[in-house]
Design a protein around this ligand. Sequence first.
Ligand SMILES: NC(=O)c1ccc[n+]([C@@H]2O[C@H](COP(=O)([O-])OP(=O)(O)OC[C@H]3O[C@@H](n4cnc5c(N)ncnc54)[C@H](OP(=O)(O)O)[C@@H]3O)[C@@H](O)[C@H]2O)c1
Length: 250
Amino acid sequence: MGVLAGRTALVTGASRGIGRGIAERLGRDGARVAVHYGRNGGAARETVAAIEAAGGSAFAIRADLRAPGAAEALWEEFDRHADGVDVLVNNAGIGNTRPIAEIGEEEYDAVFAVNVKAPFFILAHGMERLRDHGRVVNISSGLARTAVMPDNMAYAMTKGALDVLSRDLSKVLGARGITVNSVAPGIVDTDNTAELLHGSADGWDRAAAFSALGGVGAPAEIADVVAFLASHEGRWVTGSWVDATGGSLT
Ligand SMILES: NC(=O)c1ccc[n+]([C@@H]2O[C@H](COP(=O)([O-])OP(=O)(O)OC[C@H]3O[C@@H](n4cnc5c(N)ncnc54)[C@H](OP(=O)(O)O)[C@@H]3O)[C@@H](O)[C@H]2O)c1
């Protein structure tokens, strides 16, 4: 029996990339997984199918996290399938690479809406659905702690804000035995980084050179860290910022 048997997990942005890796891992660990998505219903159904093919249980829920009222819409969908959540992973996010002098307000608002406002209100409206001794994991970024790519400033700022949410919420939820942590990937091979990694002949090698381990991350590597925090073994880790960059900040 998996270590999360009998638990329910919700992973935002689980149709693709890191979120999909996390959803599949939590499903293998025995959790029933809510696979949230925005636009790609077909990809979300593929995640659900992969979890079921591995012997797990999952369902897909849709909510556009850029839209006003997104968090309420997400929980309304969730409530049709489950009556509480044990592991909540705020993973959905969008990147933004543009020099500060060129970024417009609309673009700035979009990256903050998806990366900060949505997780904040998903948690604000999710408190009553989170079960005692549950887990919250917010997917941050190594860029919150390094200026190595300053054209990603607005994006990095969103992750800095998310990290404050993890830290402060750990104090609010600690009395209920709920842990709250940030997990910060470095460069991971997903659609989000396709241009960076595959858009030029040396993209992959330049990205790999950031990491002490000399590689580019895979969604499964981030999922393993999340799985630890979600497990019983992770019960004494809270309010933390977990570096999952493969040593890109050393
Ligand atoms: N890849 C990296 O190198 C890297 C590094 C550090 C941190 N991260 C963080 O890791 C997380 C996942 O990144 P990724 O690389 O896996 O991204 P990705 O492959 O681009 O996938 C993004 C996911 O977020 C969902 N999403 C995006 N905008 C949405 C919206 N408006 N409403 C609802 N869902 C939305 C997408 O759903 P749909 O496709 O269904 O719309 C998709 O499932 C993000 O928070 C990102 O900042 C990534």
